[in-house]
Design a protein around this ligand. Structure first.
Ligand SMILES: Cc1cc2nc3c(=O)[nH]c(=O)nc-3n(C[C@H](O)[C@H](O)[C@H](O)COP(=O)(O)O)c2cc1C
Length: 159
């Protein structure tokens, strides 16, 4: 079983959005190979409109170029990207996305795919936080049966 197959099996009924791409970092890549139902709901599109696209389709006026440059650098160097981006849904509405994107490596170390875990977050009300980690909170708390698995993988955990 490849890492992609394992992720796909876990992603199927997960409550967080999960999307897998190929490894082509530069335009016109990366290409989305798989997205779970929660990802379709998050971005407000049918899965058939998502697979085959580049994740750039979610970007718009308020998507920060500096953050995208950091994302690009992380992908190009095979590192994890964990950050917050303004994404847009098909109906034009925007949302703040927490994105935890990692390379999926074969046993020989070669990167075979990228996988991204994504959820909507909102600004936390109350005392201002200095770090992005404290500034946002997820809009939904889920009782995903896979919560333990995500914890093992340190999904959305700040390094
Ligand atoms: C698995 C995966 C998921 C991604 N999800 C998003 C996303 O939700 N929103 C977004 O703006 N970019 C996302 N990206 C990043 C873009 O595909 C692209 O890498 C980014 O725009 C930086 O590259 P660029 O400078 O060539 O545009 C994702 C990339 C990968 C590999």
């Amino acid at each position: 079983m490849t890492a992609f197959e394992l992720i796909r099996a876990l992603a199927y009924d997960a409550a967080i959005g999960i999307v897998v791409t190929d490894t082509v970092v530069d335009q016109p890549g990366p290409t989305i190979l798989y997205a779970n139902a929660a990802f379709g709901q998050l971005v407000g599109r049918d899965l058939s409109d998502i697979v085959g696209q580049t994740p750039r389709f979610m970007q718009g006026k308020e998507t920060r170029r500096e953050t995208l440059d950091a994302f690009h650098r992380a992908l190009a160097s095979g590192e994890r990207f964990h950050g917050y981006l303004t994404n847009y849904r098909a109906d034009g509405s925007k949302y703040r996305a927490e994105i935890d994107c990692r390379p999926l490596r074969a046993t020989d170390g070669r990167i075979e795919n990228f996988v991204s875990f994504e959820r909507e977050v909102v600004r936390r009300i109350g005392r201002p936080a200095v770090s992005a980690a404290g500034r946002y909170e997820p809009v939904a708390t889920s009782n995903d049966p896979l919560t333990g698995a995500w914890r093992e993988l340190a999904i959305f955990k700040h390094a």
